[in-house]
Write a protein that binds this ligand. Structure first.
Ligand code: NAP
Length: 279
């Protein structure tokens, strides 16, 4: 079964990953198939054992198993260790090896917009959940000038700054209100909360009155592709980065780890945009 790949999560619905990877396999002449598996929480261990037994070549892991899957894998790399979560598993001669491509996928998309050198950038991360963790810890490790984290629950912002941001010396946990008042201080502002996601498309994580022109405004949400927040930002002269960039970025890195081939990201993006457009 060396040509089967997949995704585990719950609930899984119609997964964008299946189409994105299957179209990429076809494009690169790889005979393989990617399938989504909706796994009930009590069945996680059995599911992982089953993956191993059938000799699956690799799989992605999504909510709610990115942390709990770790205990059933044979090995995880430094990046998964750092983020405390796995989103990609590779079968190496029967051993399941876990890594995490979420943070690097985001970093790749961000650098496409603002350039490779982030060392002088001041970054605001809104939210302190799983996605914020991946983004903030990766940016910290990569080296940025400043990282502030604003969250509804201050204790979680404090914790992420304290435990996750270890390289960046300029860092602060903030309330949403305080962050909103000082938006003009940042070069990159990233929404990692679900505020503005379908069906609540008229909501915004914060108002943008203090935004300075030329700021990179980034939203991890990809449904809708252009959130109200990004639209407002564009009106105020911001450069915007939608959530499809991160989604394609993490998928492209997983594809490369599995096959050794760097996939056509533009084509992956087109596949995802087409699917989102059809929803
Ligand atoms: P999560 O772990 O549940 O974290 C959610 C965060 O959003 C928490 O910090 C939470 O604050 C905050 N939040 C939730 N509702 C809020 C509200 N009404 N007002 C203010 N803050 C609120 O979720 P996650 O896994 O990080 O995912 C977050 C978003 O990122 C989702 O929209 C997801 O689709 C998106 N995402 C996108 C990609 C991609 O590839 N583009 C990848 C991963 C995730 P509290 O701490 O106060 O609860």
């Amino acid at each position: 079964m060396g040509n089967l790949y997949g995704l585990i999560g719950h609930p899984i619905g119609h997964s964008l990953s299946s189409d994105m990877h299957n179209v990429a396999f076809q494009k690169h002449g790889i005979v393989a198939h990617y399938e989504s598996f909706d796994i009930q929480p009590p069945d996680l261990q059995k599911a992982i054992e089953g993956m191993k037994a059938i000799g699956i070549a690799g799989f992605n892991v999504t909510v709610p198993y990115k942390v709990s899957v770790i205990q059933y894998l044979d090995e995880i790399d430094e990046e998964a260790e750092r983020l405390g979560a796995v989103n990609t598993v590779i079968n190496r001669d029967g051993r399941l090896f876990g890594t995490n491509t979420d943070g690097r996928g985001y970093l790749h998309a961000l650098m496409n917009k603002v350039g490779q050198d982030l060392s002088d950038k001041s970054v605001l991360v809104i939210g302190a959940g799983g996605a914020a963790r991946g983004v903030a810890i990766t940016l910290d490790h990569h080296g940025v000038h400043r990282i502030d984290i604003a969250n509804r629950t201050m204790a979680k912002a404090n914790e992420l700054i304290r435990d996750g941001v270890s390289h960046t010396t300029s860092k602060q946990p903030l309330t949403l209100e305080k962050a909103m008042r000082q938006l003009g201080n940042y070069d990159v502002i990233i929404n990692t909360t679900p505020v503005g996601m379908f069906p609540n498309v008229d909501e915004m994580p914060m108002y943008l009155n203090e935004l300075k022109r030329g700021t990179l405004l980034s939203d991890l949400i990809y449904n809708p592709i252009r959130t109200k927040w990004l639209q407002e930002g564009e009106k105020r002269g911001a450069t915007v980065l939608d959530g499809v960039g991160m989604f394609v970025g993490q998928g492209a890195l997983a594809f490369e780890l599995w096959t050794g081939i760097s996939p056509d990201r533009e084509q992956m993006r087109r596949t995802v945009l087409k699917l989102l457009g059809e929803r």
